[in-house]
Every structure is written in C-alpha cells, then in structure tokens.
Ligand binder design. Structure first.
Ligand code: CTP
Ligand code: CA
Length: 225
C-alpha cells in the first residue's frame, strides 16, 4: 500500500545509505561499540525505496529486519564499512552516512581472552578512517552527500564545521541531550544544514524525518542545476 501511494520522485536514483553502529573487537569475547539502533538509517533506506530509488544499505550490527526491496550488506567494523562504501561509492547519486561509525579501534586485538590482573587496564586505540571525509574529498558532480552530526554541545557550530570540513551538501544535526532525540527511540529532533540554509524541526518520527531528508536532498540537487 505504502509503495503504491508514494510518488516515485527518486526514480533512476542510485542511493547508498549506511546505518547502525560498528563494533571493534578487544579480544575474542569483547568489543567496543555505541548506542546506535540503526533505526534512522533503516527508515532512510526504506523511504528511499518507497520513493522509487535503487537502494543499497551498508549496515552495522542491529536488531532490525532488513528493509524490503533494499540490497543490504552487513559489516561489523568501521574498516569493513569503509571498504564496502569506498569500493562502490562512485556508482551512487545520493549518499547518506547515518551510521555511527566508531572513531577508534583497538591497536592490537588480543588473540586470547584478556585475563584480569591489575586494578587498571589500558587499551591502546587507533583512529579509524573518516569515511564521510574521504567521500567528500572525491565527490563527483552528480553526487549529493548527506552526513549526520551527533553532538552534546554547540550543535550548530559543530555541525557547520563538519559540513565544510567533510565537503557535504547537507548535515542532519541531532542534539543527543534533547528529549525525543538520538539513538534508541523512534523519534528524532534535528536541524538540517546546507551551506545556504538551516531548518530546525520539532520532534518527529524517524520515518517522517527520513522522507524529509530525502526530499531536502532532491530540492538541493534541483537548485544546484
Ligand atoms: N563518520 C564517518 N567515518 C568515521 C566517523 C564518522 O563517515 N570514521 C561520519 C558519520 O557517519 C557522520 C559524520 O561523519 O555522518 C559525523 O559523525 P560524528 O561522529 O558526529 O563526527 P566526527 O567527525 O566523528 O567527529 P566527533 O565524533 O569528534 O564529533
Ligand atoms: Ca565520531
């Protein structure tokens, strides 16, 4: 039903969406991750399909059902997400980085379970590649790139900085400390920034927001040409 009634405004568009958290192993039984549920990214992938797009979803570990009609590729680590995205990104028109990519991984993954000894334990972490930054640096003229920004302070300033630094067309900024916003729920509270505008939104469902983000990307593309 949804499919029949959604206008196919993204027909002929190839759309890449990343979603969920990444996991970085510490040893064979433990890992480092974050609170991302994947809901925003899955809503984006589903909406993009309903709008007629040809959609690929690169997903970290989540508890969600795979969206119908979407080609889904599962990854675990930030490096795997990087490789899956960078190897195919040139084929896509719209790219949306809604994944919560881990900023650091363990420098050495212990081969055996780490046993407890001292009162403190130090893990040495190594920075992961910034996927969005790399895509922005190699952006093709036909590509529209949308990033996210997770902030707990100075939301708009930090989001603007990410927009410029990562050469994105759009940033969806979400304030993790606002009620109804963030990782686990079905709603979000965001601002959408481009180099020319800022839209502040009231609380809305992640499904509604997904349609709004995709429509804003379409609008941005149309005003560019
Ligand atoms: N991102 C990415 N690769 C990374 C880290 C982040 O592609 N290794 C993307 C995220 O998917 C998001 C955007 O960059 O679309 C911003 O992520 P965020 O965590 O808010 O910002 P960072 O640039 O990682 O900076 P910081 O966490 O220090 O605020
Ligand atoms: Ca980060």
């Amino acid at each position: 039903i949804d499919y029949m009634f959604t206008p196919k405004v993204l027909k002929n568009k190839k759309i890449l969406v990343s979603a969920g958290p990444t996991q970085e192993s510490i040893d064979p039984v433990r890992f480092i991750t974050n609170h991302s549920s994947g809901k925003m990214g899955y809503a984006l992938a589903r909406s993009a399909f309903l709008m007629g797009g040809d959609v690929t979803l690169i997903s970290g570990p989540t508890h969600l059902n795979k969206p119908y009609g979407v080609k889904t590729i599962d990854i675990i680590t930030a490096q795997q997400m990087h490789d899956e995205i960078i190897n195919r990104v040139q084929d896509f028109d719209y790219i949306i980085m809604s994944a919560a990519v881990g900023d650091y991984r363990c420098q050495n993954i212990a081969q055996e379970k780490i046993k407890k000894h001292e009162d403190t334990l130090t893990l040495q972490l190594q920075k992961n590649q910034d996927i969005l930054l790399e895509m922005g640096q190699h952006k093709k003229p036909h590509q529209i790139i949308c990033g996210f920004a997770m902030e707990t302070q100075d939301l708009i300033e930090n989001a603007k900085e990410k927009l410029l630094k990562k050469n994105c067309d759009m940033i969806v900024a979400n304030h993790l400390k606002t009620k109804g916003a963030g990782f686990q729920g079905d709603t979000n509270v965001v601002s959408i920034l481009t180099s020319e505008s800022i839209h502040h939104y009231d609380i809305m469902s992640k499904n509604e927001l997904a349609f709004e983000i995709l429509n804003q990307m379409k609008k941005w593309e149309e005003q560019k040409c």
